[in-house]
Design a protein around this ligand. Structure first.
Ligand code: AMP
Length: 429
């Protein structure tokens, strides 16, 4: 069969690599892909942008693609699945209506409240009803969020009322474009963050292996927020009891709520959770797709066929599907371009990729492209080097051996990915 992966980041490289390993698949296309997907056996890049839904649909029809898997949120929120379904093309992901769980934070907060799913207390404002008094009456810190998609930048944690007020006014004034026409102001939650990702099909659900990422740029979880500087799976904080609570208190009521509201969900569903000291799994956000960089270590551990899993979800037979995992730990270290997450360098030649390919583990590409005979940087997060090991420390060592084999001008990466898991006792699930 032929599979099309939409997107061009590290998540999509991992999805393409995993689909290509299926004995049922003879060709994987990635639109637009990167230098890593271009070099993968059975995989070919296609020059169609991830947000060009017309172009993607035309390609899927012309090439008679059997299954399309959508990586990024943009095309999902814009309705790619609805368009493919209307043309009778199998496309794995939520409809535009269900993807509002990621596309609108105000929608999601209201949804969580109505269905009694734990989350931070909040209020929603537009420029017309913004209330200084509300902000001044809240305990600090406060979290100010743009309602719409803002490329991971629309959340600001404010330590003073003045900064909360000025952040809110800037968002409402257009600093994030239309994404900030509505804002959510919410309570700051304490705890430990966990990514919980499932494959869902209406109310049938299979939880994927747990994971945790490091969002801050610098060691010790300091510095500015980024799209993610590394991730590992499993997350030792998610004990079997915690797993059960997350399923019962978050995932099941969410899928049930979406169905009762008339927006049944099919696709990867990612819950960003803050686990409170008493174990309450508070929802910080939902993503309507697989996480990046969590996908890379999670798929390194997946032993079952990903294509079978997506097809079972599309066929409504997820309840009968079985998923097998490598019991080892997978840990991914993101290598980023100089300057990231602010304005970053592009076009720096990358050396050492061949040497790294001969080592154990796997280097997934994100922001890379081929320039003549060289591979050069082309994005903020450039590579994700993933190691496997019987312990977190062993996986970490393997990942950093890959990292140390690779170089480019002003490359930056954290030296402590996985330190929280190492501090915890070694994982059991
Ligand atoms: P979001 O896109 O809503 O997940 O927010 C991005 C990041 O901001 C999260 O991964 C958290 O680290 C942080 N964050 C968001 N909301 C809160 C909150 N209510 N309390 C504490 N941290 C938060």
């Amino acid at each position: 069969m032929k599979v099309l992966i939409v997107g061009g980041g590290g998540r999509e490289h991992a999805l393409a690599w995993k689909c290509a390993s299926s004995s049922r698949v003879h060709q994987v296309f990635v639109a637009p892909g990167n230098a890593g997907t271009a070099a993968e056996p059975k995989v070919r890049n296609v020059g169609v942008a991830a947000d060009d839904i017309d172009g993607l649909l035309r390609f899927a029809i012309d090439e008679d693609i059997d299954l399309t898997i959508v990586g990024p949120e943009g095309p999902l929120v814009a309705g790619i699945v609805d368009r493919f379904c209307a043309a009778d093309r199998r496309c794995f992901g939520p409809s535009a209506k269900a993807a509002r769980l990621e596309g609108s934070k105000a929608f999601t907060k209201d949804f969580l409240n109505r269905h009694r799913i734990p989350t931070a207390s909040f209020a929603t404002f537009t420029a017309a009803n913004f209330d200084d008094g509300y902000v001044r009456a809240q305990r600090l810190p406060l979290v100010v969020k743009a309602d719409g998609l803002a490329a991971g930048k629309g959340v600001v944690i404010c330590e003073t009322h003045e900064s909360a007020l000025s952040t809110a006014r800037a968002m409402l004034g257009g600093s994030f474009g239309a994404a900030g026409n509505t804002i959510v102001i919410e309570e700051f939650l304490q705890g430990e963050e966990v990514s919980f990702i499932v494959v869902a099909s209406d109310q049938q659900v299979i939880a994927l292996a747990t994971s945790q990422d490091h969002k801050r740029r610098d060691d010790g979880d300091k510095g500015p927020n980024t799209g993610g500087m590394g991730a590992y799976s499993p997350a030792p904080i998610v004990t079997p009891e915690q797993h059960l609570r997350i399923m019962r208190e978050v995932i099941e009521p969410t899928l049930e709520g979406l169905q009762t509201d008339g927006n049944p969900y099919r696709g990867f569903l990612y819950a960003g959770l803050m686990i409170a000291a008493d174990g309450t799994p508070n929802v910080l956000e939902f993503n309507c797709r697989f996480g990046d960089p969590e996908t890379q270590p999670i798929l390194m551990r997946l032993q079952s066929d990903l294509v079978d899993l997506c097809e079972a979800a599309l066929d409504g037979t997820l309840g009968e599907a079985e998923v097998r995992w490598d019991p080892r730990v997978a840990l991914g270290v993101v290598m980023a371009a100089g300057g990231y997450p602010d304005a970053y360098r592009k076009g720096d030649p990358i050396t050492g990729l061949e040497a790294a390919a001969a080592l154990p583990g796997k280097v997934f590409h994100a922001g890379t492209r081929i320039d003549g005979t060289r591979t050069v940087t082309a994005g903020g997060r450039v590579l994700c080097a993933v190691g496997l090991g019987d312990t977190v420390s062993a996986a970490q060592l393997q990942a950093y051996n890959l990292v140390h084999a690779i170089h480019w001008n002003l490359v930056q990466y954290r030296l402590d990915i996985g330190y929280r898991a190492i501090k915890c006792k070694e994982p059991v699930s």
